[in-house]
Design a protein around this ligand. Structure first.
Ligand code: PMP
Length: 397
């Protein structure tokens, strides 16, 4: 036996299991549409041209390896604020911000910050990103779920969202994704965000806005930040959790930031010092390399322009593939309604295929989707989209 005999064997994340199956599949036709990573038309992982340039700039100006700053790299923090809130609001002094271990770290530090401020009662629309509930419960906070998405209509179940906001006790925390909803691709319209904002205010609730795919919905990062800026204008106090994994392609570098919006400026130093003190106890310092690359892009008008173009092009490619999937399924007369593939936004298509159909995609067609039917649209390209659609056609007949 062992001193650790009380520990259980935890199951690996289902998506990691799918990735392993894919890696071990010798078929030349295999298609990976599982994990949420952007891939280029050529099928490989994608190096953003702005990042390639920033790497050269950094190599030519080696900053060395000393400890950075406990709040994070200052140029990174100020740039990240502008990306989320826009130049004007970022300069108003109402933000407390901390560089984090990517988006997951931003969420974690956000949840810990809220717990410290006295808020532990979370509401979450489902289905949602699979990690949220575990992360909230891990720090001892509580989650109540409501319906975000109607599997039949393949649209947001907005009545359920409103009734959750109307019935939650004051000071509850609502966790929303700003754009490119994972896994459904079903985002709120501006009208819906307005209603949500109004209810948050009226009912004295707090929002956490998770923004992990900013830009991939409209192709324009500012437009995709609409909800953040609208809530700011409403005078709400809320938390924004920002990831640059997807929109800078810096998955392994762990580049993220958490921001608390504090409308009464007198309390900004309290919020700021709390974020830093909590991080000191958990990690001390966030990793420097990726944040330095991001800072170089944030500070250079030329590289920022290249980044804007990169994001616009990626979004265009995602939309083109979605259209292609719909065209091919229509041509094949695949039973069912498939318009949701072009209606949904961002990286993910929530196909609506059953777990059995998703298993058959793998076992009979070497197409690796996820058991919940979330398809990473970026895993498709001109070489495999027809094969993918024929596989779908076959498993639904
Ligand atoms: N939020 C959502 C909705 C996500 O999909 C992800 C990544 N899958 C994250 C946050 C966190 O990503 P990371 O920690 O890799 O930045």
């Amino acid at each position: 036996t062992s001193k650790f005999n009380r520990l259980e064997r935890e199951a690996p994340d289902p998506i990691v299991q799918t990735m392993t199956l894919y890696a071990n599949d010798p078929s030349p036709n295999k298609v990976d549409v599982s994990i949420g990573v952007y891939k280029s038309e050529k099928g490989g992982s994608y190096l953003f041209p702005c990042v390639a340039e920033a790497k050269k700039v950094l190599a030519a100006n080696d900053p060395g390896h000393n400890y950075t700053n406990m709040q994070g790299i200052p140029e990174f923090i100020s740039g990240a604020r502008k990306v989320a809130f826009g130049e004007e609001y970022a300069a108003e002094g109402k933000l407390a911000s901390l560089q984090t271990i990517s988006g997951t770290g931003a969420l974690h530090m956000g949840f810990v910050f809220l717990r410290e401020a006295g808020y532990t009662n979370f509401y979450l629309g489902v289905p949602s990103w699979s990690n949220y509930i575990g992360m909230i419960e891990f720090i001892g906070s509580k989650v109540t779920t409501f319906t975000h998405y109607n599997e039949k209509t393949k649209k947001i179940e907005f009545d359920a969202v409103v009734s959750a906001l109307e019935s939650a006790p004051a000071n509850s925390v609502f966790l929303f994704q700003t754009c490119c909803h994972n896994p459904t691709g079903a985002d709120y319209s501006q009208e819906q965000w307005k209603k949500i904002g109004q209810l948050l205010k009226q009912r004295d609730l707090i929002a956490v806005l998770d923004t992990a795919y900013q830009g991939f919905s409209s192709g324009d990062k500012d437009k995709d930040a609409w909800a953040i800026r609208h809530f700011y204008e409403l005078g709400l106090e809320f938390v924004v959790c920002q990831s640059f994994s997807k929109n800078l392609g810096l998955y392994g570098e762990r580049v993220g930031c958490v921001h608390a919006v504090v409308q009464d400026k007198e309390y900004v130093p309290n919020a700021q010092s709390t974020l830093v003190a909590n991080f000191r106890s958990e990690c001390s310092f966030a990793p420097a390399y990726g944040a330095r690359l991001a800072s170089i892009i944030f500070q250079s008008p030329e590289l920022k322009q290249v980044w804007d173009n990169d994001v616009a092009e990626i979004t265009e490619r995602l939309k083109t593939i979605r259209k292609k999937v719909l065209d091919i399924l229509t041509e094949l007369k695949t039973p069912g309604k498939w318009d949701h593939v072009v209606e949904q936004e961002g990286l993910f298509w929530y196909s609506g295929l059953t777990p059995v159909q998703n298993d058959r995609l793998i076992s009979e067609h070497n197409v690796y989707s996820t058991s919940i039917g979330r398809v990473n649209i970026a895993g498709l390209n001109n070489n495999n989209v027809e094969y993918f659609c024929k596989a779908i056609d076959e498993v639904v007949r």
